[in-house]
Design a protein around this ligand. Structure first.
Ligand code: G6P
Length: 618
C-alpha cells in the first residue's frame, strides 16, 4: 500500500527518494511521485501513473535539491493517474504533502475550504482526498500559525487515520512528518548530517539503522542535523532513537526469480527460527521466556478469540483448531474487519489473539482497539514486524522470526504464524493443566518436525510446475478440504486469486453438495486436500462426487497413497504428518501450484495488480 519517503541533507534528494521508493515497491502501488526543493526555493514536482521506472523515465534529468518527499500511491479516491499521484500542493504551491491513509470527511473539508473563499473557489487539481491537507495547512499558515501549529490544526480537522510528510517551499532546510491514528507508520532515519523519513524500514536500509518511530499524534520537524518531536500540550523534545536490525542480504532476491519463490523456499528456516528456544523438551515448555502474560493470567482465560485478515485470517482459523484441540478451551476465529463493527459476545474472561504479519493492517488494529475499548480483555499479537503498531496495542507479542517478507502475497509469515499459534496453544494448555509433561513433550516434538515437512514439500516444486502447466488456462478452481485442512483450502484459493488472477473458492468439502457442485464440469478443476487423517474417507466420497461430474481432480494427499492417486487425474504426495501438522505439509504445495500457474501466465507475481502488502486503508 502507499509508501512515503523523505530526505533532507547535503546530497541530491531526487535519487535518494527514488531509491527509497524502489525499496517500498513490494507494498504494491499504482503511481508515484517526488517533490524536490532546492536551496533557492525552486520546487520540482514530478508524478506518474504506473511503475517507478515510468516516473524515472519522465524525470529525465534529476532536478537539483537537497530536501524532498516521495510517495508510491495505491488508489483509494480517484483512479490511478498522473494528476491523482502524490505529492499534492496547496493552490499557492507553497505547501507540498504526501499522505498515507484516508481523509474520511474530505468532501465536507473541500466544501469548507471552497465556502471560505467563494470569490476564488479553488479548482481542485485531483480527485483525491489528500489534496485538502496542503490546502488546510496553507490556510492555517495564512492565519499566522507556524508550520507545526498549522499541521496540528489540520490533523484536528481530519477524520480517519493519516500519516503525512510535508514541506514548505520557503524553507528548504526542513521537512515535516505527522501521524494520526494507524495509517501505517512514519519512521525517522538518522544519518550523518542528513536525515530520512520513510513509512517502512526497508526504505532506510542502505542509509541508517538508527531510527525513531513516530507515535500517534506526534509531529516531527526534521532538518539535516536531527529531529524535534511535538506532542500535544508538551514541550518539543529530541526523541530517543533506537537501533534496528535489518540484514541487507535478506531483502535481496538472490538467485530466485521472484521474492515470492525465495520466501516460499525460506519457510523451513523461518519456521526453525520462529520455533528456536520456544519449544524446549527437557523439561518441556512452550514460549517460556519473552512472553508478558503470566500463567495465572492464562489460567483465568475461559475463551480464546483469534482474529486476522487475508492469509492471517486463515492462520487464525487453524489456530482456533489447535487451541481447542491442544489447550482444551473454547476458541473461535473472526475476520477483523467484520468483528470490529459488531457487538459480539466474546466473554467470559476472553483472550484475544491478533495475527498480522505486518502489524499494521488497519482492520486488525481497529479490532484490537474495539477489544480494548469494549472489554479491556488481554491481547496477544503475532507479527513479523517488531515495533509495529499492533505490538504497541497488545499486552504481549509473539514476534515471528521470518525476516523481511517482500512478496505481496504472504507465504513464510503464514507458516511462521502457524508455528506461533501452535506454541501458544501448548502454552495455554500447559498453564491450564491440560497437558502433562509427556503430552506437552509429544506436542512439541511434533511441532519440531514442521520445518522438515515444509522442506520436503518444497521438493515437489517440479511436480507442481508440471500440473500447473495443464491448468494455465483454467478460469476457475474449487479447492476442497476438511477439518484442519479446510483453512488450507481457503489459503490455496486465496493464493490462486492473488497471484494467478484465477477465480478460486476454498470450501469445506462437506459443503460442496450445497451449491458449488452445480458449477462442476470438465472445465472446472477441483483441488482436493486429502491426507490420511480422521476425515479421509469423507474426502474420498467428495472426490468421487466431483469425478462423477467429470471435473478434473488434482488430489494432494499422503506420499504413496495409491488409492487416492487412482481416483484423481493428478496426484501430489506430501510427507505424511501427524493429524494436527498437515497444514505444514500441504502449504508449500498449494503455494507452488499458484506460483507456477502465475508464472506460466506471465504475471507480476511479487506485485499483483490492485493488491498491497500492508493494507492501511479500510
Ligand atoms: C494483505 C496482504 C496479504 C495479507 C493481508 C493481511 O492483503 O497482501 O498477504 O495476508 O494483507 O495482512 P497482515 O499484515 O495483517 O497479516
Amino acid at each position: 500500500m502507499c509508501g512515503i519517503v523523505g530526505y533532507v541533507g547535503q546530497q541530491s534528494a531526487g535519487p535518494i527518494l527514488l531509491e527509497g521508493l524502489q525499496r517500498l515497491e513490494y507494498r504494491g502501488y499504482d503511481s508515484s511521485g517526488i517533490a524536490v526543493l532546492d536551496r533557492d526555493g525552486a520546487l520540482s514536482v514530478l508524478k506518474r501513473q504506473g511503475k517507478l521506472r515510468d516516473l524515472e523515465a519522465a524525470i529525465g534529468v534529476m532536478p537539483p535539491g537537497a530536501a524532498g518527499i516521495g510517495h508510491t500511491r495505491w488508489a483509494t479516491h480517484g483512479t490511478p493517474s498522473d494528476r491523482n499521484a502524490h505529492p499534492h500542493a496547496s493552490s499557492s504551491g507553497d505547501v507540498v504533502v504526501v499522505h498515507n491513509g484516508i481523509v474520511e470527511n474530505y468532501r465536507s473539508l473541500k466544501a469548507l475550504l471552497d465556502a471560505a473563499k467563494p470569490e476564488r473557489a479553488r479548482s481542485w487539481q485531483s480527485e483525491t482526498d489528500t489534496e485538502v491537507i496542503p490546502e488546510l495547512i496553507a490556510r492555517e499558515l495564512n492565519q499566522g500559525r507556524s508550520f507545526v501549529e498549522a499541521m496540528r490544526a489540520c490533523l484536528g480537522l481530519l477524520h480517519g487515520a493519516s500519516a503525512i510528510a510535508a514541506f514548505h517551499r520557503a524553507d528548504p532546510s526542513r521537512i515535516y512528518a505527522a501521524r494520526k491514528g494507524s495509517a501505517g507508520g512514519i519512521v525517522i532515519g538518522y544519518g550523518d548530517g542528513e536525515m530520512y523519513l520513510a513509512s517502512d524500514l526497508p526504505a532506510l536500509l542502505p542509509h541508517t539503522a538508527t531510527v525513531y518511530h513516530l507515535e500517534d499524534g506526534e509531529i516531527a520537524v526534521v532538518d539535516s542535523q536531527g529531529a524535534v518531536v511535538h506532542r500535544v500540550n508538551q514541550p518539543p523534545l529530541r526523541p530517543v532513537s533506537r537501533q534496528v536490525d535489518l540484514d541487507p542480504v535478506a531483502v535481496a532476491r538472490g538467485p530466485y526469480r521472484h521474492f515470492m519463490l525465495k520466501e516460499i523456499h525460506e519457510q523451513p528456516r523461518a519456521l526453525s527460527d520462529t520455533i528456536r528456544g520456544r519449544a524446549r523438551l527437557d523439561p518441556p515448555s512452550a514460549l517460556a521466556d519473552e512472553f508478558e502474560l503470566s500463567d495465572d493470567q492464562l489460567r483465568s482465560v475461559e475463551r480464546v478469540l483469534v482474529i486476522g485478515m487475508g492469509t492471517s485470517l486463515h492462520a487464525a482459523m487453524i489456530g482456533r483448531w489447535w487451541i481447542e484441540q491442544i489447550a482444551g478451551i473454547p476458541a473461535d476465529f473472526d475476520n477483523a474487519s467484520e468483528f470490529r463493527f459488531r457487538a459480539p459476545v466474546i466473554g467470559p474472561s476472553p483472550l484475544v489473539v491478533s495475527v498480522t504479519q505486518s502489524g499494521e493492517t488497519i482492520d486488525t488494529l481497529g479490532a484490537m482497539d474495539h477489544v480494548r475499548d469494549r472489554w479491556g480483555a488481554p491481547q496477544i499479537v503475532i507479527t513479523n514486524v517488531e515495533g509495529s503498531e499492533a505490538t504497541r496495542k497488545a499486552d504481549a507479542s509473539i514476534l515471528l522470526r521470518c525476516g523481511p517478507e517482500v512478496g505481496v502475497a504472504s507465504t513464510k509469515t503464514f507458516v511462521g504464524s502457524l508455528a506461533a499459534l501452535y506454541l501458544l496453544a501448548c502454552r495455554i494448555g500447559r498453564a491450564r493443566g491440560v497437558l502433562d509433561d509427556g503430552e506437552l513433550t509429544e506436542r512439541l516434538e511434533q511441532l519440531l518436525t514442521a520445518p522438515s515437512l515444509v522442506e520436503r514439500g518444497l521438493e515437489l516444486s517440479k511436480r507442481c510446475k508440471e500440473i500447473a502447466s495443464s491448468y494455465t488456462g483454467a478460469a476457475n478452481f474449487l479447492v476442497l478440504g476438511r477439518g484442519i485442512e479446510h483453512p488450507i483450502a481457503m489459503e490455496a484459493a486465496l493464493k490462486c486469486k492473488e497471484i494467478s488472477y484465477v477465480h478460486a473458492e476454498g470450501y469445506a468439502a462437506g459443503e460442496m453438495k450445497h451449491g458449488p457442485i452445480a458449477l462442476l464440469d470438465q472445465q472446472f478443476p477441483v483441488i482436493a486436500l486429502a491426507t490420511r487423517g480422521p476425515l479421509f474417507d469423507k474426502m474420498m466420497s467428495a472426490i468421487q462426487q466431483v469425478s462423477a461430474r467429470q471435473a478434473p481432480v488434482i488430489a494432494i494427499g499422503d506420499e504413496g497413497d495409491a488409492e487416492l492417486a487412482e481416483l484423481a487425474d493428478h496426484y501430489i504426495g506430501v510427507p505424511p504428518a501427524n493429524d494436527l501438522l498437515t497444514p505444514f505439509a500441504l502449504t508449500p504445495v498449494i503455494q507452488l501450484l499458484a506460483y507456477h500457474i502465475a508464472l506460466a501466465r506471465g504475471l507480476d507475481i511479487d506485485q499483483p495488480r490492485n493488491l498491497a502488502k500492508t493494507v492501511t486503508v479500510e
